[in-house]
Write a protein that binds this ligand. Structure first.
Ligand SMILES: Cc1ncc(COP(=O)(O)O)c(C=O)c1O
Length: 405
């Protein structure tokens, strides 16, 4: 057996991998940003924001897109658009970023946490159905990392019980389920454009919907009551009394950055899908390693991250997931790490008191997320082919030492 780099053997990556910087920058965008700056007009349904709303709606096949400050307030306003509030319950998956659950808490409603599927790591539709009560108003499936929630089953269950569906697409720009873009399968799709995301403008978010009434409401809720699309100072019609609105606006600078990224989205999504499929094949063949399954009916799987599970119950005595990570890092595979490391309600930033949320089920999430899950970054899914192959070699080498059948 070849000696591991962590114990003094030679490294697989003798020079650093060619990791592309993220987010990408394009010279034409820099020019555009300068023009916006010199135009003296930077926000409030500016030209760029209006154009991006239209372009993203067109790209995804949605009728309407409403940009907002980030992918947390998009979730909050999607819930508010359905008048969800105190006394209501909203079902969320156990494994997601804490914003998915906290957005529910912001409205005064109760997040009800349900378990994930062991293969896709997304919401388990059976667990979703079992958690429905007379107070349940909505469900937020999350298309997590490099997979998709089972939208066929989730939509069937939701329609049967008259529940609203808000897709959390913070990881799913460019993804298609049976040929339809994620975020257009439910009632509202919520996207994040935060710095690390597939499309990134530093901060930012957007809601998609096909419903004109919802679009109008989302516009008002995020633009302090202004009619959807109305410029500052334009009269428009006033908001209805009782609709308490926020300022969750974005600037034209963000919209311009996103418009140029949209032009590259298809090509980049296809590249990451191809690379992920290569890694999936290589890594799934290694004893003790298993890769997150793509969406069951994904016709184009977008990859925000690539989730890899190590069978922590069958490692050599004294070896843990962390030891595997340390050994991979020593081989030069620095793009694989722990991720959040905990289910949503155990993340250090989750401060919701126990009486303000309910856990209906979470066994699979607890087991996988605590012990097995490792995350390969989006940039590492964009390595040249020979370096992708070296990543797989490093996994083979480490697991040869650390796995016990
Ligand atoms: C699944 C998920 N939902 C929502 C969000 C919130 O997005 P933002 O950071 O733009 O508020 C994130 C951010 O990481 C996320 O991962």
């Amino acid at each position: 057996m070849e000696q591991l780099a962590i114990t003094g053997g030679s490294k697989i990556f003798t020079t650093p991998a060619h990791v592309p910087p993220w987010p990408p920058v394009y010279p034409e965008t820099a020019e555009k940003l300068k023009d916006i700056y010199l135009s003296h007009r930077w926000s409030f349904y500016g030209k760029e924001e209006v154009e991006f709303n239209k372009a993203f709606a067109d790209y995804t096949g949605a009728k309407y897109c409403a940009m907002m400050a980030n992918g947390t307030v998009t979730l909050e306003l999607a819930l508010r658009a359905f008048d969800i509030g105190p006394g209501d319950e909203v079902i969320v998956p156990a494994h997601t970023w804490l914003a998915t659950g906290e957005a529910v808490v912001y409205t005064g409603a109760t997040p009800v946490v349900v378990d994930i599927e062991p293969d896709t790591l997304c919401m388990d539709p059976d667990k979703f159905e079992q958690a429905i009560t007379p107070r349940t108003k909505a469900v937020i499936p999350v298309h997590l990392f490099g997979s998709m929630a089972d939208m066929d089953r989730i939509m069937d269950i939701a329609r049967k019980h008259d529940l609203r569906v808000i897709e959390d697409c913070a990881h799913s720009h460019g993804g298609e389920w049976r040929g339809q873009h994620t975020g257009t399968l439910g009632d509202i799709g919520s996207f994040s454009f935060q710095q690390s995301k597939i499309m990134a403008s530093g901060e930012g978010g957007a809601c998609l919907t096909n419903d004109e009434v919802l679009a109008e409401k989302l516009g008002r809720l995020s633009h302090i009551g202004y009619q959807f699309g109305a410029k500052q100072g334009q009269k428009g019609t006033p908001p209805p009394v009782g609709l308490i609105c926020h300022n969750y606006r974005v600037t034209d600078f963000q919209a311009a950055i996103l418009s140029s990224q949209l032009a590259h989205l298809k090509e980049d999504t296809l590249l990451r899908q191809k690379n992920a499929e290569y890694l999936r094949k290589r890594l799934n063949a290694i004893p003790g390693i298993r890769v997150q399954a793509a969406g069951k009916h994904a016709t184009l799987q977008s990859y925000y991250m690539f989730a890899i599970m190590v069978d922590s119950e069958h490692l050599q005595p004294g070896i843990t997931r962390q030891s595997v990570l340390d050994a991979l890092h020593a081989e030069g595979v620095t793009g694989v790490d722990l991720g959040w490391g905990q289910p949503m309600y155990r993340q250090p930033l989750w401060t919701v008191p126990e009486d303000k949320y309910r856990i209906a089920s979470c066994e699979i999430a607890e087991k996988i997320v605590f012990n097995d899950l490792m995350i390969c970054s989006l940039q590492w899914l964009m390595l040249p082919q020979n370096e992708l192959s070296m990543v797989a070699d490093a996994f083979e080498k480490v697991m040869e030492h650390y796995y016990r059948a």
